[in-house]
Design a protein around this ligand. Structure first.
Ligand SMILES: C[C@@H](O)C(=O)SC[C@H](NC(=O)CC[C@H](N)C(=O)O)C(=O)NCC(=O)O
Ligand code: NI
Length: 140
């Protein structure tokens, strides 16, 4: 098996496409429209399945917002420099909700953005080289 995508329901498809491309540097991979069932899809990412997991954005005709609830956490994006990524995000109109800094209880530098619908996006600095998100992290 392999992880293919994560789906988020959004209130304005182009607004979200603009965010994930202009602010987070993703590619718009494909879109589709399903008039029978009244929804549109956009797939974005840093590459295509199966090598890269993708983000699936779903727009339901006429639905401009959703209750975020308390269950959703975040999607995470690896970056070379979290502070620079936050500065670039701000310049591109993105909202930084947690400035770059070590994760609580660890040394890996993280930051958080909010996308146009309020979904949180975690930026993790050089996850491949990080000494661990938490002091007592153990590889399973
Ligand atoms: C392309 C594939 O990755 C999909 O996820 S499409 C699956 C399809 N999605 C929708 O219907 C989206 C609109 C829906 N109103 C929603 O908000 O989820 C889906 O869930 N189909 C259900 C089925 O039983 O086919
Ligand atoms: Ni899907």
């Amino acid at each position: 098996m392999r992880l293919l995508h994560t789906m988020l329901r959004v209130g304005n498809l182009q607004r979200s496409i603009d965010f994930y491309t202009n602010v987070l540097g993703m590619q718009l991979l494909r879109t589709s429209d399903n008039p029978e069932y009244k929804y549109k899809l956009a797939f974005l990412g840093y590459g295509r399945n199966p090598e890269h997991a993708e983000l699936e954005l779903t727009y339901n005709y006429g639905v401009e917002s959703y209750e975020m609830g308390t269950a959703y956490g975040h999607i995470a994006v690896g970056v070379d420099d979290a502070k620079k990524a936050c500065d670039a995000a701000r310049t591109a109109g993105g909202a930084v909700t947690r400035e770059a800094g070590p994760v609580k209880g660890g040394s890996t530098v993280i930051a958080f953005l909010a996308d146009p619908d309020g979904y949180k996006v975690e930026l993790i600095e050089r996850p491949e080289q990080s000494s661990g998100l938490h002091k007592k992290e153990e590889t399973a």
